[in-house]
Design a binder for this molecule. Structure first.
Ligand SMILES: Nc1nc2c(ncn2[C@@H]2O[C@H](COP(=O)(O)OP(=O)(O)OP(=O)(O)O)[C@@H](O)[C@H]2O)c(=O)[nH]1
Length: 605
């Protein structure tokens, strides 16, 4: 077999390529290209601003309008930029002479770029060069005037250049977070622009197996006023072909591939190491076909570059008319379209990270931490207070427990709820005054397990007994006496309460009570809690003591109360009485705690 060595073809010698950076933005782009390395191509910086020019990395530099602007910039005035370039026309013509291709990079909207770019394009064309212009359009925040200046220049460039590629800085700004600095926004934009420029330049200057010519590039980019669609991806290892394509489609300039569906011409360029296989190329092109219309003209190029090792890169270039992009509804440009099979997550596509939400918003949107679990016995209280619905005694309640014990237990339980009393606030009250019909909505079924059941859900509460005061008035204006205030109208039953040594349902946190049904009614302890009881308002929970007075007296004959209404108080003899416990009563133990012991004694244990 006769070995056949194929000489790599060189489309354009690099010495025939000139990359020009015009104005401040152009200088930045050029610098990045220089830093990334663009072997062979000549870099030329043009600017009115001498300071920017001096710091530029390009080997060749020309100051524009030396006499006109005297080293200062054009101050955002395109007329100055236009005159400045005319002043330096001969120098520029000499620098471009003999070049076959000129890439002009500039930012439109300012004075130098907008005013000088059309003139440079004209000069280069007159010198016989093929001119590709890469231009940025200003950010929206830069104002209407800049945008208009940019538009005017763009229209001229569209006529004068061979190919015009625009990058909207607004769109580039999407590459960075909204709160990142303007430097980051520019840097991200520049990076994307430079990648595109480099890819295009490489495409036409790199030796290839299947070459892409300038005519191909022109047809890919040529539309009257077009925006460049550009995507570049690189990958290595297993599945490198599909991964590289995925990366290329992720480019924001392609709208994640969606924009390609309307492209008329798409230029595809593959580059890989010496192990690049035909199978990979086929696979990649097959997948790509799902993104481009059937009748689209696909221009294909491939190059072997040993320096790429086992990496494979793909570059996609196309253009769409600005008019089309402006009129297309945003949703139609979305990448989440069924026509994008490669972007289907089920096929392994990972959508690009959504724009990150502001930290504070994330915080705000974060689910709140779970509130501390509410203790069971507290939960039914509001229900009860809102609607004293009757409820059967819980099944777990031992039948032998006397009503008194029930009451004591409940009173002790209430006393042991510090949170209910510590802040001395009443429960949330229904708005009786404004919406009386809503005063007692049907209460949900109480939880039978609740230790409050025995106390709170007793029997249907009858209407309060008629008193001198209207019941509603008493309910809407419950009386909460201050802890230190003496009760204005002493009630006999309260006076007769034995002293704490005898029976203390709980620490005397609320020495005064409110009697919702009116103070004129003497406190009575219900003989049996199973019997209809007067409606109990929230605050009544806090005041079991006075109600307990009468039955305690009745059930403890051994305790001699030396208190008589209106009489003087004598000493209570306690020697023979059992302390803290009722004689003859078995202790009420609940949850390991003796409920007959005063809570403060229990806490001391
Ligand atoms: N992507 C990108 N755009 C830039 C950058 N700097 C400026 N621009 C854009 O380019 C437009 C023109 O800015 P410059 O290039 O600084 O202006 P100029 O052409 O030098 O004109 P004068 O400053 O008036 O002399 C601005 O309105 C920006 O929208 C940059 O570093 N990156």
């Amino acid at each position: 077999m006769i070995p056949y060595t194929r000489d790599p073809q060189q489309t354009i010698p690099t010495s025939a390529v000139k990359i020009i950076g015009l104005g401040g933005a152009g200088a930045n782009m050029l610098e990045r290209i220089a830093l990334d390395g663009m072997e062979g191509a000549e870099l030329l910086a043009l600017n009115t601003d001498i300071r920017t020019l001096a710091s530029c990395l390009a080997r060749e530099k020309i100051q524009l309008g030396v006499n006109l602007t005297k080293g200062l910039g054009a101050g955002g005035d395109p007329v100055l930029g236009h005159q400045a370039i005319l002043e330096s026309e001969e120098q520029i013509r000499a620098a471009i002479q003999g070049r076959r291709i000129v890439f002009l990079c500039t930012g439109l909207g300012g004075g130098t770029g907008s005013g000088a770019a059309p003139i440079i394009t004209r000069i280069a064309r007159e010198e016989g060069a093929f001119v590709v212009v890469f231009a940025t359009m200003p950010f929206a925040f830069e104002g209407k005037r800049r945008r208009e200046q940019a538009e005017t220049a763009l229209n001229e460039l569209a006529v004068l250049s061979n190919a015009l590629v625009t990058f909207d800085n607004n769109r580039m700004g999407e590459l960075v977070l909204a709160k990142q600095g303007i430097h980051e926004a520019f840097a991200a934009a520049d990076h994307m622009i430079c990648e595109s420029i480099k890819a295009v330049i490489r495409l036409v200057v790199r030796p290839g197996l299947i070459n892409v010519g300038l005519d191909d590039l022109m047809s890919a980019l040529r539309t009257n006023r077009s925006r460049c669609l550009f995507g570049s991806g690189i990958s290595s290892g297993k599945d490198r072909a599909s991964k590289a394509l995925k990366n290329a489609l992720n480019s924001p300039l392609l709208d994640q591939g969606a924009l390609l569906k309307d492209a008329q011409t798409v230029l595809v360029h593959l580059s890989g190491g010496e192990d690049l296989t035909l199978f990979e190329i086929e696979l990649l092109m097959q997948r790509l076909q799902k993104f481009v219309p059937d009748k689209a003209h696909v221009l294909f190029g491939a190059a072997i570059d040993p320096a790429m090792g086992d990496s494979l890169s793909i570059t996609l270039i196309s253009a769409l008319p600005e008019d089309y992009l402006a009129s297309a509804p945003r949703e139609s440009l979305s990448h989440h379209t069924p026509e994008n099979p490669l972007l289907d997550p089920s096929q392994g596509f990972t959508p690009p990270a959504e724009k990150t939400v502001e930290p504070e918003v994330v915080k705000a949107a974060e689910p709140r931490p779970e509130p501390e679990p509410v203790r069971n016995f507290i939960a039914p209280i509001p229900e009860f207070t809102a609607a004293p619905e009757p409820a059967a005694a819980p099944a777990t309640e031992p039948a032998a427990v006397s009503p008194l014990s029930k009451f004591r237990r409940a009173a002790a339980t209430v006393a042991a709820i510090p949170s209910l009393f510590d802040d001395e606030r009443p429960f949330a009250e229904p708005d009786y005054a404004t919406k009386p019909e809503q005063a007692a909505p049907p209460a949900p079924e109480p939880e039978p397990e609740s230790p409050m059941d025995a106390f709170t859900f007793a029997e249907p509460a009858p209407e309060p007994a008629a008193t001198d005061e209207a019941p509603t008035a008493a309910r809407t204006e419950p009386v909460y006496a201050e802890a230190d205030e003496p009760d204005p109208e002493p009630i006999e039953a309260i006076e007769a309460v034995p002293q704490p040594a005898v029976f203390v349902p709980g620490p005397k946190r609320r020495p005064s009570i409110s009697i919702p049904w009116g103070k004129t009614k003497p406190a009575e302890f219900p003989e049996d809690l199973a019997e209809p009881a007067p409606p109990v308002e929230p605050e009544a929970f806090a005041a079991p003591e006075p109600a307990a007075a009468a039955p305690v007296e009745a059930e403890l004959p051994k305790l001699k109360l030396g208190i008589k209404s209106g009489g003087s108080q004598s000493e209570l003899s306690l020697d023979s009485a059992p302390r803290g416990r009722f004689e003859g009563e078995s202790p009420n133990v609940f949850d390991g705690e003796d409920l007959d012991l005063p809570p403060f004694l229990r806490k001391k244990k």
